[in-house]
Design a protein around this ligand. Structure first.
Ligand SMILES: NC(=O)c1ccc[n+]([C@@H]2O[C@H](COP(=O)([O-])OP(=O)(O)OC[C@H]3O[C@@H](n4cnc5c(N)ncnc54)[C@H](OP(=O)(O)O)[C@@H]3O)[C@@H](O)[C@H]2O)c1
Length: 282
């Protein structure tokens, strides 16, 4: 890892969405004697085997409740003195017609607003590492996104197929760029990554994507969960490398195909401001 980690000191890695899919694989792969691991899921029961196999501390929070994200941050801050790598990986496709407990469109809250809040609330621990990485699991689906600061919850617009999910994943890249610009002075770097079309439980909360991911033909176009986790693991291993800052990776390749909005500084700043307001940070 490229952080200024004193000899003999363990690196601390926090992984959300560690109860299943690529997050669980990354947790098992990154665990080891030199790593203090924290795994986060929404079901304690489902997360327990991952924690047991890796020796990680485990915490639960449902990202559709921001109060649980706040409690989660308190628990993490009490449990660790520093965070070398924060992997904001929890997420998925959700029915845009539903609302979260906080009244938001779920693709927006679970994929973006909750990790935005969590990252801010553990920021002091990222600073304490004196060189840290915030790695956001995005998606090629960002290309289908459309960030409208006046309609983040899709109340006014038609939510065309995949657009709300794509918007959430586009926000992952925009948040990455927001961190890259604002927190560089504290040596907090950030990157975003598309893992590839991994045959995980992904899409189970969305009727159409779930069907697509579980049809027999899907096997021809998906990669294995291990292959999907590989870029996340590689980037986490690189850790606080300034050359990663603000970069969106498509699997292992830097500068993946991205929505033009992802580089729109006005929109990046506007999303940051709006997200801070909506989470009570501003
Ligand atoms: N697989 C793909 O093809 C693909 C492609 C591009 C991007 N991605 C992204 O990769 C990330 C990981 O997905 P995956 O493929 O590993 O899917 P997965 O197997 O469904 O895992 C998703 C993880 O996120 C957690 N999660 C979902 N909703 C949550 C909520 N409301 N609160 C807290 N945690 C929640 C899940 O918890 P539970 O175990 O309790 O469900 C699980 O740990 C996601 O951000 C996804 O958008 C996946």
């Amino acid at each position: 890892m490229a952080s200024d980690q004193p000899a003999g000191q363990k690196r601390t890695i926090v992984i959300t969405g560690a109860s299943d899919g690529i997050g669980a694989i990354a947790a098992r792969e990154l665990a080891g004697p030199d790593t203090e691991l924290v795994v986060v899921g929404r079901s304690a029961k489902k997360l327990a085997p991952v924690a047991a196999d890796t020796g990680a501390q485990q915490f639960t929070a449902d990202f559709s409740r921001l109060s649980e994200v706040r409690d989660l941050a308190d628990a993490i801050n009490s449990a660790v003195g520093r965070i070398d790598v924060l992997m904001n990986n929890a997420g998925g496709t959700f029915d845009h017609k539903q609302r979260t407990h906080d009244g938001h469109e779920p693709n927006f809250q679970i994929n973006h607003l909750a990790p935005f809040l969590l990252t801010h609330l553990v920021r002091d621990r990222l600073v304490a590492a004196d060189g840290s990485l915030v790695l956001n699991t995005s998606s090629v689906g960002n290309l289908a996104g459309d960030v409208d600061l006046d309609d983040l919850d899709y109340k006014k617009r038609k939510a065309l197929f995949m657009r709300p999910y794509g918007s959430g994943k586009l926000m992952n890249i925009m948040f990455t760029r927001g961190i890259a610009k604002r927190w560089i002075g504290d040596k907090i770097y950030s990157a975003a990554v598309h893992p590839g079309p991994a045959a995980t439980s992904f899409g189970r909360d969305s009727r159409f994507v779930g069907l697509a991911y579980r049809s027999p033909l899907t096997k021809l176009v998906t990669i294995t969960p291990d292959q999907g986790a590989a870029p996340l693991i590689a980037l986490a291993e690189r850790g606080a490398d300034p050359s990663l800052n603000g970069v969106y990776f498509s699997r292992h390749k830097a500068n993946g195909l991205e929505n033009p909005q992802a580089k729109n500084q006005g929109l990046i700043d506007g999303l940051w401001k709006r997200s801070a307001e909506l989470t009570g940070l501003a």
